[in-house]
Design a protein around this ligand. Structure first.
Ligand SMILES: NC(=O)c1ccc[n+]([C@@H]2O[C@H](COP(=O)([O-])OP(=O)(O)OC[C@H]3O[C@@H](n4cnc5c(N)ncnc54)[C@H](O)[C@@H]3O)[C@@H](O)[C@H]2O)c1
Length: 321
């Protein structure tokens, strides 16, 4: 066992993944990186490097010079930001992923983990219970770059024998680091508003159902796949996983079971048209069969946990308390 490099460590997933890897493998085995310098209150006990995944030389020299054996490639530009800046999405998601895979082969890296997304689907994909192998003709630049990443991952596995693994994440709900600019961010925003005693104006329609998952299950799934028997894996980074599906009205009702006065209004914007090209639900059977995917949280368990933790953070952040 050697050293694990995490790209995009300061993101919604990276900030929770890095401490998990440190706990599991020890601080000397994990190097965190991101294009930004670290916030003052994260990652004290491990090495941190500022690394832009679009910088081919830097990615290559980092992997080689530090004898990296495993990479968790979490750097990315998500759907809503990608629509505002398609060139950036292409550079980070497509070119950056190529740089990571290409450098990994050259540096003799053992395993690369790369999340894909439900953003690879498009309006020609069936809307319900979508299987792994289906039509992937997305309408967004995010989707285009993520289909490209899926194809690159399979190419590098088949051509060079690189062990590349990953899942198509649905929308991920979490309380530690706010999501950056995805289409499913409304779910996290709703909890923040509800706990702060505010009403919420939702940018998706009340019946815009999408597949979703709570962060502990997202991390647990990634780690299960990471340590799965490679012989049993039929896919590269295309494993569909989803814990449940809900629309904004259903989430609002779940929150009202804990905070009855919470109110939501709806004013759909451009993100509604992105959501309309994505499936309502996924078939995660292949992930269950091949590596034991089994989410623990349903929408009510997630809601209780989110509200409890956000209330605690709210109290901690009140001056004088
Ligand atoms: N969060 C979700 O709901 C979700 C759903 C599906 C898939 N995913 C996938 O999971 C991965 C991580 O997502 P996230 O939610 O943590 O995203 P995020 O936007 O919260 O974090 C991404 C991180 O990448 C960093 N980054 C951007 N450009 C970079 C560059 N050029 N070089 C290095 N780092 C750079 C950003 O600074 C940020 O810290 C992405 O590949 C994303 O497509 C996330």
């Amino acid at each position: 066992m050697g050293t694990i490099l995490v790209t995009g460590s300061l993101g919604q997933i990276g900030t929770e993944l890095v401490p998990l890897l440190v706990k599991k493998f020890g601080p000397s085995r994990v190097i965190a990186s991101d294009v930004k310098p670290p916030d003052s209150d994260v990652f004290h006990d491990i090495e941190y490097i500022t690394m832009d995944v679009t910088d081919r030389e830097m990615v290559a020299s980092t992997m080689k010079d530090r004898s990296i054996t495993d990479v968790f490639h979490m750097a990315g530009i998500l759907s809503a930001l990608g629509e505002r800046n398609p060139e950036l999405a292409f550079m980070v998601n497509s070119v950056g992923t190529f740089n990571v895979l290409n450098s990994a082969v050259k540096a003799g890296v053992n395993r690369v983990m790369i999340p894909s997304t439900i953003g690879v689907f498009g309006k020609d994909t069936p809307r319900d219970n979508v299987p792994v192998v289906t039509v992937t003709r997305p309408a967004t630049m995010y989707g285009v770059t993520k289909v490209n990443a899926e194809l690159l991952a399979s190419y590098f596995r088949n051509k060079f024998g690189l062990d590349v693994r990953g899942v198509r994440y649905p929308g991920i709900v979490s309380y530690k680091t706010p999501p950056s600019a995805g289409t499913t961010d409304y779910a996290v925003d709703m909890y923040y508003h509800a706990v702060a005693g505010k009403s919420y104006e939702c940018y998706l329609k009340e019946d815009a159902a999408l597949p979703m998952m709570y962060m502990p299950d997202a991390l647990d799934s990634l780690m299960k796949l990471y340590s799965a028997d490679g012989e049993k894996l039929r896919y590269t980074i295309e494993y569909n996983i989803s814990a449940f599906s809900f629309d904004p009205a259903t989430l609002a009702s779940a929150i009202r079971r804990v905070i009855p006065e919470f109110r939501v209004t709806y004013r759909p914007d451009y993100r509604q048209s992105i959501a309309e090209t994505w499936p309502r639900s996924l078939d995660s059977t292949d992930a269950k069969i091949d590596w034991g995917f089994s989410p623990a949280y349903d929408i009510d368990a997630m809601t209780e946990d989110m509200i409890e933790n956000l209330k605690e953070m709210h109290v901690r952040n009140q001056p004088g308390l």
